[in-house]
Design a protein around this ligand. Structure first.
Ligand SMILES: NC(=O)c1ccc[n+]([C@@H]2O[C@H](COP(=O)([O-])OP(=O)(O)OC[C@H]3O[C@@H](n4cnc5c(N)ncnc54)[C@H](OP(=O)(O)O)[C@@H]3O)[C@@H](O)[C@H]2O)c1
Length: 281
């Protein structure tokens, strides 16, 4: 049965079991959005259920595995049958594949693209016909959508893809009343680096890249340890973007994101490359 949603906007967030998706779902709900916190495994919904229940927030749960067309279709159908509309989609679900380029298997590459890129295409295509006259698509990219680093060729290239897709979509969708927003977080304290998928062949200690990838992994560990950016900070940026009448195309999230991208803007490619080598390797 349709619940009353005439005065409240309806948002769908993918990957809400933890981190940025979890906080974004709560943040949107706290600010009046009827929010569908979707996740591939509803067994991970206890925390969000508890918080939403305690604070009486309009959070609803739906199973959605972004790599599964049927799951996407069912989730969108459930939202429509309950609320009759969908105003905001936050494409957030994602993970990091790490490993030297030479060692990446096609299956590992395809899985990373499946979740980080094709997911965004699948879920967005599923909601556009519903948003025909108004709506907002938020794509969680990364500062890694702006520059590469050793061991990150796949993850980085998925985020470059998110940037290119989003920017092109923005032109097409604006005349339909649909806004596209790209969020570029820096290093945010979530679980993402604890569950990094390391390419199988990259684990060989005799690989010529072992030293480089190990240094990179330690550099990331340090960055994560020292990061002052929480997932709530990203959620606030998402809220600011989706409640603005004239949102920007891109929003940075985190002090380090600003530092990285200032450096990128103000340096030649060669200088930036040298700076990265010195800092990360
Ligand atoms: N943390 C950072 O430093 C950082 C920086 C820049 C950008 N980002 C981006 O922010 C987004 C969220 O990451 P996070 O840091 O919040 O990490 P996280 O805490 O690990 O959360 C990732 C979420 O994505 C979900 N997910 C993964 N594969 C999925 C699939 N096939 N279908 C549905 N959900 C799936 C996970 O679900 P399960 O619990 O089921 O695994 C989890 O809910 C990602 O797109 C990431 O690239 C993060």
């Amino acid at each position: 049965m349709a619940i009353s949603s005439s005065n409240n906007k309806v948002a769908v967030v993918t990957g809400s079991s933890s981190g940025i998706g979890y906080e974004t779902s709560l943040m949107l709900a706290r600010n009046g959005f009827i929010t569908y916190a979707t996740m591939r495994n509803l067994n991970k919904s206890e925390n969000i259920k508890f918080n939403a229940g305690r604070d009486n927030l309009p959070v609803r749960l739906a199973q959605l595995d972004v790599t599964d067309d049927v799951s996407i279709k069912n989730a969108v159908q459930a939202v429509l049958s309950e609320t009759d509309k969908l105003d905001v989609l936050v494409n957030n679900a994602g993970y990091v594949l790490e490993g030297a380029f030479e060692h990446l298997s096609m299956n590992e590459l395809k899985e990373q693209y499946e979740t980080n890129v094709f997911r965004m295409i699948r879920t967005t295509q599923a909601v556009l016909p519903i948003m025909r006259k108004s709506g907002t698509i938020v794509n969680i990219s990364s500062v890694a959508g702006k520059f590469g680093y050793p061991g990150g060729s796949t993850y980085v290239s998925t985020k470059f893809a998110v940037e290119g897709l989003s920017e092109s979509m923005a032109y097409e969708l604006e005349p339909c009343g649909i806004k596209v927003i790209i969020i570029e977080p820096g290093v945010i304290r979530t679980n993402i680096f604890n569950i990094v998928v390391v390419a199988k062949n990259s684990k060989d200690p005799n690989s010529p890249y072992t030293q480089t990838t190990q240094k990179m992994a330690s550099a990331f560990e340090e960055l994560m340890k020292n990061s002052s950016s929480s997932p709530e900070l990203v959620a606030k940026v998402v809220l600011e973007a989706v409640t603005s009448d004239n949102p920007y195309l891109r929003y940075l999230a985190g002090k380090d994101a600003e530092t990285w991208l200032d450096a990128k803007r103000n340096m030649t490619d060669e200088k930036f490359y040298e700076m990265m080598k010195q800092n990360l390797m």
